[in-house]
Design a protein around this ligand. Structure first.
Ligand code: NAD
Length: 368
């Protein structure tokens, strides 16, 4: 198959859909890979590395789109990319269509095969192409929290780990899923005293079992949330109710009671945030202070570490990309139920229920 890897053009997006190692694997399977010049630079991968891996480097994006039977990207197509798509072309990327009517209509009109990373789903309900970004955000959240607690950033000037003779900081994580667990592990590793709250007793038991008594697991309810937040130096918000806006578990009243100079990292901000005083911020200006509490609310945290994020993303997308390339999309979708869940649009029809529902369109159940 001919596969295209264009440079991302969405503002501040530095990730790329394939590393040189990924290109090498695709080429070893007999595929031709067209990489746009400088596509990997934002993640620290040079053109020569792609060329050595067997990629054909093309000067301009339009040529990459014209050559490719499958485009592998990171973000949804935007701007001129929308015009370069053609019928039957596979677009394998994050699409988030339910939140974007214009893009959905464009993909339908262009009759492309839209397979969305975020809806590829395993039998146990997990989302294998989303979870690496949650791991990145979770781990990064503690680093960012530590930054917020520094005096020059408005924080109370406390070191998470403490030192000999000085207490470490208290960290509370609300939501013990992929983000929350990743955050808690790093906070424990940095020497903080960590509590983690979830409203799913099975999840709490699992966290208790694997944490070896290094973090305290607590049932999430309004009283416990208030008590933990008020007594913590750093609070990390990482709840998710799939398909819904994040619940406002940390009220303004709780924020008012928190210690002056304490910090909240609201990772769930991409779903509206789980703190009443949060609003989305950007990497260039990531924090603000409300009620004397430093807030960090960047909605695309993995963007701060594009190299790690690119490698993490391509570690999980490559196997699916290979499946599509080796077998053709029809056979790949027919034989892999997880990948089948990723199919959002095909031949001008919506095939994913949540997208159809969002725009009141028919959902077509295609059998291959
Ligand atoms: N800001 C970013 O850059 C970024 C990056 C990745 C993920 N996220 C966001 O982080 C959030 C968490 O993602 P995830 O992958 O960890 O999801 P997840 O599904 O793995 O975990 C969510 C957890 O929240 C728990 N939960 C639900 N309601 C709760 C409540 N009332 N109290 C306590 N816990 C509750 C669930 O039981 C689950 O364990 C999502 O909103 C996701 O979109 C943000």
């Amino acid at each position: 198959m001919q596969i295209g890897v264009p440079k991302e053009i969405k503002s501040a997006e530095k990730r790329v859909a394939a590393t040189p190692a990924g290109v090498r694997a695709l080429v070893a399977h007999g595929h031709k890979v067209f990489v746009e010049k400088d596509a990997g630079l934002g993640s620290g991968f040079r053109n020569e590395e792609y060329a050595r891996a067997g990629a054909i480097i093309l000067e301009n994006a339009q040529d990459v789109w014209a050559e490719a039977e499958m485009i592998m990207k990171v973000k949804e197509p935007i701007g001129p990319e929308l015009e370069w798509m053609r019928p039957g072309q596979v677009i394998f990327t994050y699409l988030h269509l339910a939140a974007n009517r214009e893009l959905t209509e464009k993909l339908l009109k262009k009759k492309v095969v839209g397979i969305a990373y975020e809806t590829v789903q395993l039998e146990d309900g997990s989302l294998p192409l989303l979870s690496p970004m949650s791991e990145v955000a979770g781990r990064l959240s503690v680093q960012m929290g530590a930054y917020c607690l520094e005096a020059q950033n408005g924080g109370m000037g406390i070191l998470l780990s403490g030192i000999s003779g000085v207490r470490p900081a208290r960290v509370t994580v609300i939501g013990g899923g992929v983000v929350g667990y990743s955050a808690a592990v790093i906070a424990v590793g940095m020497g903080a005293q960590v509590s983690i709250l979830d409203n799913n007793p099975l999840r709490l038991r699992y966290l208790e079992d694997i944490s070896d008594f290094r973090m305290v697991t607590i049932m999430s309810n309004p009283a416990n949330i208030e008590e933990e937040c008020v007594n913590s130096h750093l609070v990390i918000g990482s709840v998710l109710i799939p398909g819904a806006r994040a619940p406002k578990l940390i009220t303004r009243d709780i924020v008012k009671q928190m210690m002056p100079g304490s910090a909240i990292v609201d990772v769930a901000i991409d779903q509206g945030g789980c703190c009443e005083t949060s609003h989305p911020t950007i990497h260039e200006d990531p924090t603000f202070i409300v009620e004397d509490v430093v807030h960090y609310c960047v909605a695309n945290m993995p963007g701060a570490v594009p190299r790690t994020s690119t490698i993490a993303l391509t570690n999980v997308t490559l196997a699916y990309g290979l499946e599509i390339a080796d077998n053709g999309y029809e056979k790949a979708l027919a034989t892999d139920p997880a990948l089948r869940k990723g199919l959002n649009v095909l031949n001008g029809q919506v095939c994913y229920p949540a997208v159809a529902e969002a725009f009141d369109l028919p959902c077509v159940d295609i059998t291959f």
